[in-house]
Design a protein around this ligand. Structure first.
Ligand SMILES: [Zn+2]
Length: 167
């Protein structure tokens, strides 16, 4: 399902093609004081509203999200409080004769290296995961998200299986 109206919101380098996605600079999320250019206004609220509607249609019990502790440092819609509050909203947003789905964020307390280690532990196909902000077929290797991904594998002490365009 595409959400083309996100492009019309502007403001974010991830949805506005006139703005460049930052490359070759990893933002220290703990020290970031300004809104990152990669912030998409109300993105997770919009995505969860859409997925909540679909979950109701197909009677899904849960919606899983990949929120993690690292991104929650800079993006407030990635933390436990957001998930908890959103689940309260979802109870009221779903028809009373339906069982409301619950948003689950199993990685919400983990940093990237911990997520990678957990992936290894559960034999997740990490080579099939995708992180790049540019949305191409291959990871660019230099956008902020790719840099976080690279660092995560390095800090986890796990060989990075990602096929980056720029090594
Ligand atoms: Zn990238």
């Amino acid at each position: 399902m595409e959400l083309p109206f996100l492009k019309e919101l502007g403001e974010s380098s991830l949805t506005d093609i006139t703005r460049e996605v930052p490359v070759a600079e990893e933002v220290n999320l703990d020290e970031e004081k300004e809104t990152p250019s990669t912030w998409v206004p109300c993105r997770n609220l919009i995505l969860l509203a859409t997925s909540g509607a679909y979950a109701e249609v197909i009677s899904a019990e849960a919606i899983f999200v990949g929120f993690n502790a690292e991104e929650a440092r800079a993006y407030p819609d990635n933390d436990k409080e957001f998930v908890s509050r959103y689940n309260l909203v979802l109870e009221k947003a779903v028809a009373s004769f339906s069982q409301p789905p619950t948003v689950k964020a199993p990685l919400v307390d983990l940093l990237k290296p911990d997520i990678i280690k957990k992936g290894i532990e559960v034999k997740a196909p990490l080579h099939l995961t995708y992180s790049c902000y540019l949305g191409g077929e291959k990871h660019c290797g230099i956008c902020e998200s790719c840099l976080h991904r690279r660092r995560g594998f390095k800090e986890a002490g796990v060989e990075d299986p990602t096929d980056y365009i720029q090594e």
